[in-house]
Design a protein around this ligand. Structure first.
Ligand code: SAM
Length: 301
C-alpha cells in the first residue's frame, strides 16, 4: 500500500496563481457554484467573487449565505427567471461603467436549466465581454460516474410536469441513440420514472445520480424495469435531488426500419391509428408510443 499523503492547501503555490491571473473589468463573469458540497467552489471563482463589484443571483438570500461561507460580504442583485430582461439592462449599465459583474445561480452552472442565458445574450448583443468560470454542474457530474459508455449525450433537462406533455416530450426520444439525461425535482421522481418505464424498453440501463456531493449521495444503476422498485424501496429517495440517465437506443438498421414502416403502413390501411400502433408493437417488439407517433405522421394528423 502506498503511504497516504496530506496537503496544506493554503501553502500550495497554485493558491497564489489564481490571485495573479487577470480578471478584466467591464466583464460579465458566469460563475459555477457548488451543487451541494460548498468546498467544490473553484479557486478562480473565489477570487473573482472577491473582486466582483456586484453578484447577480437567482436568490439573494441563498447566494448571500454562500458568500458568507467564503467570508465575503457582497452587494447582490436578484436575477431570476421573471426579471432576466430587466436585470440585463442594469448589468449592461454597470459593465459600461467598467464594473466586474458575477452571475451565479442557486447551484451549479448558470443557464443550464437555470436563469442566465437571456442575460448573457443581452450582454453579448451589447458588444460587451462575457467570461465563463467553469465548475460544478449536475449533468456532467452524473455522467462522469454513470459508467454509461457512450460518447454522446442528449441533455433533456426537466420533463414537463403534466403527464400528457411528458409523454409527448419522451416520444421523439425513443429512438435516440445518445445517453439521455434528465433533471428531476424530488416530488416528481416517481412520476418521472413511471413515464420513462412507459416510454422505453425495460432492459435499458438507467442511472440515478442522487444528492451528488452531499451527505447521502447515491449513484445507482439498474435496468429500467427495476427502477420504480428501487426508488420506492427507501422513502428518503423521493426527497433527494436527482439526475436520471437513460441508456440510448440501439441503432436500428435500415432494413429493420423499413420493415417496421411496411408493417405499419399495411395495418393503417385496415385499422385505426391506435390499433395499428398496438399491433405493430406486438409484431416488431418496438415501443407502442413511438409507433403511434409515426402512425400519426403517416396519416398526416
Ligand atoms: N444549473 C444547475 C447545474 O448546473 O446542474 C442545475 C439547476 S436545476 C434548477 C436543479 C436540478 O439539477 C435538480 O432538480 C436536479 O435534477 C439537478 N441537481 C442539482 N444539484 C444536484 C445534486 N447535488 N445531485 C443531483 N442532482 C442535482
Amino acid at each position: 500500500m502506498t503511504e497516504q499523503q496530506t496537503i496544506d492547501i493554503a501553502r500550495l503555490p497554485v493558491m497564489g496563481e489564481a490571485a495573479q491571473q487577470s480578471y478584466p473589468t467591464a466583464t460579465l463573469y458566469v460563475v459555477a457554484t457548488p451543487i451541494g458540497n460548498v468546498t467544490d467552489i473553484t479557486l478562480r471563482a473565489l477570487h473573482l467573487l472577491a473582486l466582483a463589484d456586484v453578484v447577480a443571483c437567482e436568490d439573494t438570500r441563498k447566494t448571500g449565505a454562500l458568500l458568507q461561507r467564503f467570508g465575503l460580504n457582497k452587494q447582490t442583485i436578484a436575477a431570476h427567471q421573471h426579471n432576466e430582461r430587466e436585470v440585463a439592462d442594469k448589468i449592461i449599465e454597470r459593465l459600461h461603467a467598467g464594473q466586474r459583474v458575477a452571475l451565479v445561480s442557486d447551484a451549479g452552472t448558470p443557464a443550464v436549466s437555470d436563469p442566465g442565458a437571456r442575460i448573457v445574450d443581452a450582454v453579448r448583443n451589447a458588444g460587451l465581454n462575457v467570461a465563463p468560470l467553469p465548475g460544478p454542474s449536475a449533468v456532467i457530474t452524473a455522467l462522469s460516474a454513470s459508467g454509461l459508455v457512450n460518447d454522446r449525450f442528449h441533455f433533456v433537462g426537466f420533463l414537463p410536469a403534466k403527464s400528457k406533455q411528458r409523454e409527448a416530450a419522451l416520444a421523439p426520444l425513443v429512438r435516440e441513440t445518445s445517453t439521455l439525461v434528465f433533471y428531476e425535482a424530488p416530488h416528481r421522481i416517481v412520476d418521472c420514472v413511471e413515464a420513462l418505464m412507459e416510454a422505453f424498453e425495460p432492459a435499458r440501463q438507467v442511472v440515478f445520480a442522487r444528492e451528488l456531493s452531499k451527505l447521502f449521495e447515491e449513484v445507482h444503476r439498474c435496468a429500467l424495469g427495476e427502477a420504480l422498485a428501487w426508488v420506492k424501496a427507501d422513502q428518503h429517495r423521493e426527497r433527494g435531488e436527482f439526475v436520471v440517465l437513460v441508456e440510448g437506443a440501439v441503432a436500428e438498421t435500415d432494413e429493420q426500419d423499413a420493415e417496421a414502416e411496411r408493417i405499419l403502413q399495411i395495418l393503417l390501411a385496415e385499422c385505426s391509428v391506435k390499433q395499428a400502433a398496438n399491433l405493430a408493437a406486438q409484431i416488431t417488439g418496438r415501443k407502442k408510443n413511438a409507433l403511434y407517433e409515426r402512425a400519426l405522421q403517416i396519416k398526416g394528423e
